[in-house]
Design a protein around this ligand. Structure first.
Ligand code: NAI
Length: 334
């Protein structure tokens, strides 16, 4: 069977690491016809938008995309294409598994939790305005519908994966209405899942617990901004941004991408770590219905990374993107 999927190479290191992922997917024997579309900063220069309609239409047709990172200007310029994409396709659940990779040196062993980030609202609605000179407001939007939906996703994932706890992360002591509603919705959903223990943790305490005892967590449920920040923290616990995959899931479509950004400091040097995008591609093919091939990619990645000679610069080694990719391909062929 041949599948169809959309491919967005992205900006910066995106095209290099996405190309590596394509080689690995091809080597599994899973056949995918990729529909290539462009989004990002270069596209903005050409078309006046970082996210042309053709990108959204392609994903609506194929239902699934592999996406490289897209750069966003700071403090001005165009709106984030990532945020626009997630909102336009209603990709409400951002799922980021944070797991120790055997053989990869990191500060902790036995880290294995999943961040479930609400992906469509919170402080990422982009509703900002100037009230008066020197005074601005950014609006945090929290709805009951989106909060219940993401909480259900988190509890369902916990049930499917046999994870005993879901920790709702919030700041409802200060943002009593917005985070209060998010938390109340999580509590309501928890009542329908008596087999799963719900814990509640204020975001600042959660950050401290993550850097001291990350092994205690199973599923972390949180809003858009907290999920963005704690995803990078989580990546730092298990080897860094170069290794952690992610997915953005909606009812109609799913977009798979690494947690990391376009890493402009590394672009074009052939030194970026392709692992995060390769593992995101593995999640994509599992989503398509090929879990066995996805498992083979995961095992090949772990085997390749168990040899420090294959480590890229972010992992303290000297290997290039191509050398690590070749090592993963060799492991796949074993
Ligand atoms: P970044 O994730 O691009 O880079 C942070 C640090 O991690 C840099 O030192 C970079 O070299 C390193 N790094 C990231 N990925 C790596 C990889 N695969 N291999 C080796 N090292 C890697 O974050 P930064 O610098 O904050 O953002 C750069 C741009 O990316 C911004 O324009 C930002 O808006 C965008 N971005 C896009 C995302 C997406 O498309 N989903 C996510 C995060 C940021």
């Amino acid at each position: 069977m041949e599948y169809r999927a959309t491919l967005i190479p992205g900006d910066g290191i995106g095209p290099e690491v996405v190309e590596a992922a394509l080689r690995v997917v091809e080597a599994t024997g899973v056949r995918i016809e990729w529909e290539r579309v462009e989004a990002g900063a270069d596209v903005f220069v050409k078309y006046g938008t970082p996210l042309p309609d053709e990108v959204l239409n392609s994903i609506r047709t194929t239902g699934v995309a592999l996406k490289g990172p897209i750069g966003t200007p700071i403090g001005g310029g165009f709106k984030s294409a990532n945020v626009l994409l997630r909102q336009a396709l209603d990709l409400y659940a951002c799922v980021r598994p944070i797991r120790t990779i055997p053989g990869l040196p990191s500060r902790f062993e036995n880290v294995d939790f999943v961040i479930i980030r609400e992906n469509t609202e919170g402080l990422y609605t982009g509703l900002e305005h100037r009230v008066a000179p020197g005074v601005v407001e950014s609006l945090k939007v929290v709805t009951e519908a989106a909060s219940l939906r993401i909480a259900r996703y988190a509890f369902e994932l916990a049930r499917r994966q046999g994870r005993p706890t879901v920790t709702a992360v919030h700041k409802a002591n200060i943002m009593k209405l917005s985070d209060g509603l998010f938390l109340e919705c999580a509590r309501r959903v928890a009542r329908d899942h008596p087999e799963i223990e719900m814990r509640e943790l204020i975001i600042d305490n959660c950050a401290m617990q993550l850097v001291t005892h990350p092994e205690q967590f199973d599923v972390l449920l949180m809003d858009n901004l907290y999920g963005d920040i704690l995803s990078d923290l989580g990546a730092g616990l298990v080897g860094g941004l170069g290794v952690v995959p992610g997915s953005n899931i909606g009812n109609e479509c799913a977009v798979f991408e690494a947690v990391h950004g376009s890493a402009p400091d590394l672009a074009g040097k052939g030194r970026a770590n392709p692992t995060a995008v390769i593992r995101s591609a593995a999640q994509l093919i599992a989503h398509l219905g090929e879990p066995e091939a996805a498992g083979r990619i995961e095992r090949a990645v772990e085997a390749a990374l168990s040899d420090p000679a294959n480590h890229t610069g972010d992992l303290g080694g000297k290997a290039t993107t191509q050398q690590l990719t070749d090592a993963i391909l060799r492991e796949l062929e074993r």
